[in-house]
Design a protein around this ligand. Structure first.
Ligand code: HEM
Length: 434
């Protein structure tokens, strides 16, 4: 045995030395790379605690101020990430979506949605997926739903914008009437959305764990046999649509109510425009597409809400090759994030950016890539026309029937995964005197 020791020691040390050499070389090559400025935060946690405490918009604003207005590095959701900022960042990502970047969704969202479906089935042809979404969401196809939006707004709009957005989506995309949206399904959807930007830790009590349980209820509810799509495709498309339709849309409708209740001079001009339209209709006559086309000032109000308080923080993707941006290297495999807030608040493009001013959208409107609430390029939101119609129909029904009074006068807007008033925006509704 003793005679073997001189051979065994180097043999045992070999893996350790290989690991040491590998780590040193990896570190050296990392140092050679001119990575963007920024901090990777704590091991494993990255800057997730800061994301939770500051909210996404403040985190990005602080980092842009501290490191660079063009690009900074961070670690979020368990991933190394480059955040590309401002209109130049938006332009770079939107133009290179199909060449430099691949679709990427936070692991928490993927886990919660796909559950234990066979991963190989998720590789659906992209064209089928896109066509399906764009076919239902095309403005022409949506025309016939204006009546549904209007009739449902009369019944469901108040008090819950969430219920309205969800029942409408269920009615239009799933042909489900009288679904029990107030029960399990709504709660599950809410659990799912809260876990979207969480660390990928699936243990009892974590946000991801709750999101997976929420996703399970949704998958079971939406997973019916389709004629031309597999189970996973149905789940993928329907949950994508329902998430967009509920999570971002109900957030936008709440934001619109928030500003209308906050700013009486804006409310009065919207009311004037909407009353003109209401007066042109017969008793109990529902809105038509032509009426929505006349709502120009109201639409500019909604656009200003989307600028100041964008419901979507932006979009994630994964770099498929190393690239250089603003003089810095972004390695292959890093996640890349664009954000709407980083250009929406730039005073060079939006003078007095904190001021609520719908008139800034009159005339030729904002410069390209500066106003991007729905993203841009190949992955631009297919739900934008649907969003416009639903928000206008909702606003018409609200302002033509009520004046709004905030119960909490200076209620703050909180920016977490999507913006929301701190106390849920309690309101007093005063019916107009007829
Ligand atoms: C206020 C409302 C909404 C906002 C602010 C919004 C915002 C966005 C943004 C920024 C993206 C692009 C993300 C990226 O670049 O990766 C996106 C994608 C998407 N949105 Fe929306 N959205 C809204 C409403 C909706 C609605 C109502 C639907 C469905 C009815 C919807 C369905 C989708 C889908 C399916 C995608 C993925 C497109 C793709 O990757 O090809 N969205 N949305």
């Amino acid at each position: 045995m003793e005679s073997l020791i001189p051979y065994l020691v180097p043999l045992l040390l070999l893996p350790f030395s290989a690991y040491l050499v590998f780590s040193i070389r990896k570190k050296a090559s990392g140092q050679r790379k001119n990575l963007p400025p920024g901090s990777m935060g704590w091991p494993f946690l990255g800057e997730n605690m800061e994301l939770a405490s500051l909210g996404c918009q403040k985190l990005i604003k602080d980092r842009m101020h501290k490191y660079s207005g063009h690009v900074f590095k961070t670690s979020l959701l368990g991933e190394k990430m480059a955040v590309l900022c401002g209109e130049q960042g938006n332009k770079f990502i939107f133009k290179n979506q199909n060449t430099l970047f691949a679709r990427w969704a936070p692991p928490s969202l993927r886990k919660a949605i796909y559950q234990d479906l066979d991963a190989t089935k998720h590789q659906e042809p992209k064209a089928t997926f896109d066509n399906f979404q764009y076919d239902i969401l095309k403005p022409d196809a949506l025309k016939k739903y204006v009546l549904v939006m209007d009739s449902l707004a009369l019944v469901e709009a108040l008090p819950s914008t969430q219920k309205y957005a969800l029942s409408l989506a269920c009615r239009i995309f799933m042909n489900r009437e009288g679904w029990d949206h107030s029960g399990d399904f709504l709660k599950s959807l809410s659990r799912l959305t809260k876990g979207i930007l969480s660390l990928p830790v699936n243990m009892l009590g974590t946000a991801l764990n709750r999101a997976i349980k929420g996703g399970r209820v949704m998958v079971e509810a939406t997973n019916e046999d389709g004629e031309y799509m597999s189970d996973s495709m149905i789940v993928n498309v329907l949950i994508g649509l329902l998430l967009g339709a509920e999570y971002e849309l109900s957030s936008l409708i709440t934001i619109v109510i928030y500003y209308l209740a906050e700013l009486p001079h804006i409310f009065n001009r919207v009311l004037e425009e909407q009353m003109e339209i209401a007066k042109s209709k017969g008793p109990n006559e529902l809105l038509a597409m032509e009426d929505l086309e006349k709502m120009k000032y109201t639409w500019n109000v909604v656009r200003e809400c989307l600028r100041l308080t964008p419901p979507s923080i932006g979009g994630f993707s994964e770099s498929t090759a190393e690239f250089t941006y603003a003089g810095f290297t972004i390695p292959k495999g890093w996640k890349v994030l664009w954000t709407s807030h980083s250009s929406h608040m730039n005073p060079d493009y939006f003078p007095e950016p904190e001021k609520f001013d719908p008139l800034r959208f009159e005339g030729s409107g904002p410069e390209p890539y500066t106003y991007v609430p729905f993203g841009g390029g190949a992955r631009m939101c297919p739900g934008r026309s649907y969003t416009k119609l639903v928000t206008l129909v909702f606003t018409h029904n609200l302002v033509t029937r009520f004046r709004l009074e905030k119960v909490i006068p200076n209620e703050k807007m909180l920016f977490r995964s999507s913006p929301a008033p701190a106390h849920g925006l309690p309101l007093r509704l005063h019916p107009h005197k007829r």
